[in-house]
Design a protein around this ligand. Structure first.
Ligand code: PLP
Length: 404
């Protein structure tokens, strides 16, 4: 067969696939890989959540198809969370839908609201589904700046005036993966204002809303008065409760968008396994000390990473939230591409990071470090890094010779 699939041509191999292959090869060769590559939490899910899953899974009544919108208890639990944490009212019947992880929710909503050729505004670099959810749906992406400041507001305004067709939606995601940038409520007010002016829907993703440091809590876009008229927000349990493999998340907010997402999902899936939904309900309604423990753990790791890497000669900006650090390549290596640097670092030190261009073309020149190794391993990485930085001239010379 000679046929080429249009959809597949528009999807380059997933960035992490290439890095994962490199890591697998290094591990197969018996090397110790200190893995800051993928944002996959390394710690277990809190025991009371696992216990709830086991209890429910032992009940045969739970083994049938579930509901794609999510069981009522779970939707109510999310609504209570929004009330407690953000002082936002959500009707669990019409303003909340659960998803099989927020990645699925984002992709399904993109499918629901995008016609081929529609313009969508997405910051670049971004978490890949923010970009590719719309590419898969046939949308045309207009890259937006990533910093939450007046330039982003101006860029939305400009795109609304001059894009043909007029943008349908903008994706906003803070604290950000990969850059770890954070937004405040006054910025969100400006986003809502400019989007209302131009009739643009807002898709806000707050997957890291609970992974904040130094007491600086991220707000929700839905806290802005009138935001619900145009906004749907995605929330995930993956990082807050160390539940990435469970695949459970939410969309909440604007009724029309929630209805559109619910309709598409009713055709595509039956929701997560009911025991998982019950365990997620327990996560949201149960004791929250585990969230504080997870937050404190990442803050401790962040501090060790930033100080030990700085001592080794690589100054990485201190992230105010998330489980990521985002950094320009060290000065000596700036002439390399992000992927070249990633490969060289892995080969020379066993330290795995993610190349920034995997998150979009404007991520070139940067790498992302996921802080999913413990403090001792971070210190070990810093030792390897120190040697790498001290020998950078020789390492680069050898590298250029091998390349020639
Ligand atoms: C910004 C952002 N949104 C969503 C997700 C996906 O979360 P989930 O596991 O709920 O699909 C991630 C995962 O890394 C993320 O970084």
């Amino acid at each position: 067969m000679e046929q080429e699939f249009h959809q597949i041509r528009s999807l380059p191999p997933y960035v992490f696939a290439e890095v994962n292959e490199m890591k697998a090869k290094a591990k197969a060769e018996g090397r110790d890989v200190i893995d800051f590559g993928m944002g996959n939490p390394d710690q277990p899910t809190p025991q009371h959540i696992v216990d709830k899953l086991c209890e429910a899974a032992n009940n045969p009544k739970m083994h049938g198809y579930s509901t794609s919108i999510g069981i009522p208890e779970l939707r109510k639990a999310l609504s209570s969370y929004y009330g407690r944490r953000f002082n936002v009212d959500l009707d669990p019947e019409t303003e909340v839908v659960s998803s099989i992880g927020s990645k699925e929710g984002l992709a399904s909503l993109a499918k629901a609201i995008t016609s081929p050729g529609d313009t969508i505004l997405v910051p670049n670099p971004s978490y890949p589904i923010h970009l590719f959810g719309f590419i898969i749906a046939g949308g045309f992406l207009k890259p937006m700046p990533i910093k939450p400041d007046e330039n982003l507001i101006k860029a939305i305004d400009h795109a609304a005036r001059y894009s043909v067709p007029k943008p349908t939606a903008v994706v906003i995601s803070y604290p950000s993966n990969p850059t770890a940038l954070m937004a405040d409520l006054s910025f969100y007010e400006e986003v809502v204002k400019v989007c209302k002016k131009h009739d643009i829907y807002i898709l806000s993703d707050i997957a890291y809303a609970e992974l904040y440091f130094d007491g600086n809590k991220p707000p929700s876009m839905l806290q802005v008065k009138g935001a619900k008229d145009i906004t749907v927000e995605f929330y995930s349990l993956s990082k807050t409760y160390n539940m990435p493999g469970w695949r459970i998340g939410f969309a909440a907010g604007n009724k029309k968008l929630i209805a559109a997402l619910t309709r598409v999902k009713s055709y595509l899936d039956y929701g997560s396994f009911t025991p998982i939904q019950l365990a997620a309900t327990e996560a949201l309604n149960g004791p929250q000390d585990c969230v504080e423990e997870i937050r404190t753990m990442y803050q401790g790791r962040r501090d060790v990473l930033i100080s030990s890497f700085a001592k080794a000669g690589w100054n990485i900006p201190k992230p105010p939230a998330t489980m990521f650090a985002w950094s320009a390549l060290p000065e000596q290596f700036k002439h390399l591409s992000s992927m070249e640097f990633t490969k060289l670092l892995l080969n020379e030190t066993g330290i795995a990071v993610s190349p920034g261009d995997g998150f979009g073309e404007f991520g070139e020149g940067f790498v992302r470090l996921a802080i999913v190794e413990n403090e001792a391993r971070i210190q070990q990485a810093a030792k390897e890094l120190e040697r790498f930085m001290a020998n950078s001239s020789k390492i680069l010379e050898d590298y250029e010779r091998r390349k020639a």
